[in-house]
Design a protein around this ligand. Sequence first.
Ligand code: G1P
Ligand code: ZN
Length: 563
Amino acid sequence: MIAVASSVVQTVVFEGQKPGTSGLRKAVTVFQQEHYTENFIQAILDAVGKDLAGSTLVVGGDGRFYGKAVVSKIIRIAAANGVGKLLVGQNGILSTPAVSTIIRKYKTLGGIVLTASHNPGGPNGDFGIKYNCENGGPAPDAVTNKIFEITKTIKQYKTIPEVPIDIDKIQTVTLQVDGRSFTVEIIDSVKDYVDLMKEIFDFSSIKKKLLGSPERPAFEVLINSMNGVTGPYVKDIFEKELGVKNLNLINTTPLEDFGGLHPDPNLTYAEDLVNAVKNGPFDFGAAFDGDGDRNMIIGKKAFFVTPSDSLAVLANNLKVIPYFQKTGVRGYARSMPTGAAVDRVATKTGINCFQVPTGWKYFGNLMDAGRLSLCGEESFGTGSDHIREKDGIWAALAWLSVVASLGKSVEEILMDHWRIYGRNFFTRYDYENCNAESANKMIKEVEDKIESPQFIGRILSSQNKEYVVKEADNYSYKDPVDNSVADKQGLRILFEDGSRIIYRLSGTGSSGATIRVYIESYESDPSTFTEDAQKVLKPLVEIALQLSKLKEYTGREAPTVIT
Ligand code: G1P
Ligand code: ZN
C-alpha cells in the first residue's frame, strides 16, 4: 500500500467564488489559474467541517474539459483533509441525477459535482463545481454562503503528492495518508442509476409500447444526448433495456467540448432534434443537457411540450407510475417563474402545491419533510422525490409511461389536459451576456416602478388587450420546513386575470448578465388552445419590454433565446 504524508500549500484569495443558482460556474481558464480550483475545494471541505473525518464523498461530472484534472485535485485534497473514501465515477463521469442517486443509496456525507450544466464546454467553455449534501441535493444557501465566506479569507489548503490512480478503470485503491487509510473506489457510472429507474418505472410496459405488436405499430422515439453525459445512461436504458434501435439514439458519446454543441435542450439549441422529429417518422423526441438533469419533450411533428405543461400533465397522471402507486402523491411544487398549469391540477386533486424560488435546491427541504413528490421548473427541469436533483432521463421515462398507459399521442394528451384545465400560455425571453451594469439599472427601473403604491390597480395595455395590476413585488420565500428566507428572487407583476410578467437576472452565467423575462397568460376558451403561444403572448411581451425599457438599457432589439 502506498503511504504518503499531507502537506500545506500557501494560497491567495480569489475574488468572486460565490456559488450561483447551481454551484460555482466560470470559464475553464478561470478554474485553471494556479490555486483557484484548490481554494474552492478546500472551502467546500472546510464548510462541511467536523463531519468530514472518515466520511465518504461521491465525485463525478458531466465529462467536460478539465473534469479529470479536477477529479485528481479532489482526490489529493480530500485525502489530506481526512476524508475516508471517495466514490468516483469511471472516467470521472456521473450525471447530476446519478450523483444524487449514489449519495442517497450509499448514504454518503455528500458529493462534488463537476459540471457547468448546459453551458458550452471545452478549453474556451465553462467549468463548474457544485456541492451536494447528504440528502443528495444541491447545498442550500446556508452552506453555499459558508463556502463563499471561507473563500474570502482562505490562506492555505491541504494536499498530498500526486499518486497515480487510473480513474478510467473500475478498481479500489487504498492509500495510507498520515497513517490513516484513504480509499478511492472507481465505480460504474451507470449501474446504480439504471437500477433505480427500473424500480421506479414499469420497463416492460414501456418496452411493449415502444416495440409495438402485430396489432399496434411501434412507437418511434428519437433521443438526443447532445454529446453530454447522458449518452451511456441512454444506451443502457433505451437500447439494452427498452429495445430502442441504436440509430434512434443520437450524440451518445460524452465529449469534452460536447462536439461544439451548446448542450441545452430547448427549441433553439436542440434544433437538430426538433427538425429530425418534424420531418421524420417519430412519435416522441427527447433531449437532455450536458449533465443530464434537464429535458425537452416533443411529440409527433415536433409538437412542443412546455416544461410548465409537462409538469402539469405528469402531475395529472402520476399514478400510472409504479413508484407513486407505492408512495402516494404528497405534494407538487414549481419554481416561481414556472407557468401555473400545475397549480390547477393541484387545486382539482386537492393536493398541496408549493411555489419556491428559482433553483432546485429549494425543493429539497419539502421532499425531505415528505411534503413533495413532483416538481419542476420552466427551465426544462422536471423531477420527483426519487432523488434530490431534477432528472432528464426520468422525465422522458415518466412521459413514456403516461403515453403507454393512456394509449394517446403526446399532442392528444395535451389537448385533453387543456380541455379540462384550460391552457397556461408561457414563454421566456433570454437576453444573454448583457452589460451587467445596464442590466442592473433596468431591474432597478422596474423595481422602482412596481414599488410605487399607485402601481397596484394600474391598467397596462397593448394591442387592444388590457391587464389590471393586482399585485407586484420582489419575490420573497419563506421555507415552510426550516423557516429560512430567500428574498429578492425576481420581480413579479401579477394581473387580475392570472397573467404574469416576471423579470430576473440569471444566477448561472459565467460572464456579463443574462436577463430573463417570463410571460404567462391563461385562456379557458378551447378555440385558443391551438394558437401559437408567441402570438397569444405578444401584447404582454410588449408591455414587459416597454415597462422595463429593456431595449434602451441593453441595446438589444431581440432576445438571444425564446422558449
Ligand atoms: C437556470 C434556470 C433555473 C435552474 C438553473 C440550474 O438558472 O433558470 O431554473 O434551476 O439554471 O439548471 P438561472 O440562470 O436562471 O439563475
Ligand atoms: Zn444541467
